[in-house]
Write a protein that binds this ligand. Structure first.
Ligand code: PRP
Length: 184
């Protein structure tokens, strides 16, 4: 029998309602702390699409949006190579850039992105991540705003995939081990 998406989920970590509430809080907090400076949101596709979509609608302030495509090739969790797959449409020089990520795991992607963006002379550079998995960190990098801190588990949903699947789950769940590791 083919897998049904929800049947592959071991347990739900954050429900749709919990996510909506937390993202609403984050949006309001960011607007308040930016204090009238218009944020320029740069979202790292593809995983952050649901998050940016909800977050920007929770930000009652003038803002602008751009997309950055980044792909990481990690042979092991401790080594990897990151490259740009889609560059920004416009210059960020002198702008208040807020990078929007779905998850920080090893930190490899974000540290590459921050190094790259810093060279373009933004007025300020901050990071919001929906999920933070500190246990995965190999590269020391932190977000300024974090939706939820998660345990060292394989999570899917709300943009996060396994083999490009499950991004469309409205909640965040832990994937059953036998889905990605095969039967024990
Ligand atoms: C995922 C996620 C982050 C990155 C985090 O992207 O969206 O960008 O990995 O992991 P790291 O901290 O270990 O670098 P992925 O390369 O899977 O692409 P996707 O967003 O298209 O799913």
């Amino acid at each position: 029998m083919p897998h049904v998406m929800h049947d592959d989920v071991d347990r739900i970590l954050f429900s749709e309602e919990q996510i909506q509430q937390r993202v609403g809080e984050l949006g309001a907090q960011i607007v308040e702390e930016y204090g009238g400076r218009d944020p320029h949101l740069i979202t790292i596709v593809k995983g952050s699409i649901p998050f940016i979509s909800d977050l920007m609608r929770a930000m009652d302030t003038p803002l602008s949006l751009d997309l950055l495509g980044v792909s990481s090739y990690a042979g092991t969790s401790s080594s990897g190579e990151v490259r740009l797959t889609k560059d920004l449409d416009s210059s960020i020089e002198g702008r208040h850039v807020l990078v929007v990520e779905d998850i920080i795991d090893t930190g490899l992607t974000l540290s590459y992105v921050l190094r790259n963006l810093r060279q373009r002379a933004p007025a300020s550079l901050k990071v919001v991540t929906f999920l933070d998995k500190p246990a995965g960190r190999g590269t020391p990098v932190e977000a300024d705003y974090v939706g939820f801190t998660i345990p060292d588990e394989f999570v899917i949903g709300y943009g996060l995939d396994w083999n490009q699947r499950y991004r469309n789950l409205p909640y965040v769940g832990i994937l059953k081990r036998d889905v990605y590791a095969g039967p024990l």
